[in-house]
Design a protein around this ligand. Structure first.
Ligand code: HEM
Length: 286
């Protein structure tokens, strides 16, 4: 028998002297497997019964670049254990339910759309930039940071005079980011020497489009769109979103082609993306 001070392979019962240590190396293979499975099951059971720590990043609804960045900058919804006694809520289902009041489909709730329900009383407070509409983002911020029980820890709340998000500027910034990245992709050879740069560029195209997508409601309707959709804003916004989604799909196909080292496909898809952009701009940009 090896000395009990041998570190590896010896399962020692440290807490009870009457329990004999087991030398795992001397245990038969099937029994060793049983021990391993038992250890894994115990760990899984402990994890399953441990109090769940939920982070805001897991909870946050998807879409929009700034939301997660913003939340992490302010430290919103960090380990809820640090915030005991201050019960946190998951805003996503509530926000989704409230957004169902968006009758004209413009991505925000007007006072008229809110009606006389319970939320009507809170409308002004939720409307952070006081433009008469509550956007999905304002609602999320309101529910996670301002409402009693949803408040962020003191000192980490945004100042009441924090600058409102300029939605149109955010849209333009996302588009500009995509534009710069796409310019790089049009000149690249899509070979091994450019792989890292290409992958970074295509992801920047996607990030820019995704960032812009959260702000489509702020874009003034172009003349071509007015001609096509008239006053049917719902149809206009749906078409706008569909064009954005198509560009995103093309950009994800391009990412796959780059990752698979398929240069000619990558070139084709870059051309297709330029085509998507031009078609979309013809209709939606003035
Ligand atoms: C890869 C695809 C795309 C690229 C690279 C791209 C790039 C750009 C760029 C560089 C701008 C000018 C931004 C600025 O003023 O600084 C712009 C503006 C614009 N883009 Fe895109 N775009 C793309 C796709 C789309 C799609 C799919 C749509 C609509 C469905 C769209 C709608 C617009 C609109 C409406 C503007 C003008 C905003 C305004 O000035 O009022 N774009 N885009």
């Amino acid at each position: 028998m090896k000395s009990s001070s041998s570190r590896s392979g010896v399962l020692r019962a440290r807490t009870h002297p009457s329990i004999t240590p087991i030398d795992i190396r001397r245990v038969s293979m099937p029994f060793r497997t049983t021990l391993t499975v038992l250890a894994a099951l115990t760990a899984a059971l402990l994890m399953a019964t441990a109090p769940r720590v939920v982070t805001a990043a897991q909870d946050a609804p998807s879409g929009g670049e700034s939301r997660d960045d913003d939340r992490s900058r302010r430290g919103v919804g960090q380990d809820r254990g640090q915030n005991r006694g201050n019960r946190q809520i998951d805003p996503a289902p509530l926000v989704a339910r409230m957004m169902q009041s968006d009758a004209d489909g413009d991505g925000r709730i007007s006072r008229a759309e809110v009606g006389r329900g319970r939320f009507a009383d809170l409308f002004d407070e939720a409307d952070a930039d006081k433009d008469g509409y509550v956007t999905e983002r304002e609602m999320t911020v309101f529910l996670t940071e301002r409402r009693p029980g949803g408040a962020a820890p003191r000192g980490e709340r945004p100042a009441d005079d924090a600058a409102p998000v300029d939605s149109k500027a955010a849209f333009d910034k996302g588009m500009a980011e995509s534009g710069r990245a796409l310019r790089g992709l049009r000149r690249t050879p899509f070979d091994e020497t450019s792989f890292d740069r290409d992958l970074t560029s295509v992801i920047r195209v996607q990030d820019g489009l995704l960032a812009a997508r959260g702000h489509v409601g702020s874009v003034p309707m172009s003349d071509a769109a007015k001609e096509k959709f008239g006053t049917d804003r719902r149809a206009y916004l749906r078409s706008f979103q569909a064009h954005m989604a198509k560009s995103l799909v093309t950009s994800f196909q391009l990412e796959i082609a780059i990752l698979e080292g398929d240069s000619s496909k990558a070139k084709e898809l870059t051309d297709a993306l330029v085509g998507d952009r031009n078609g979309s701009h013809d209709l939606f940009e003035n």
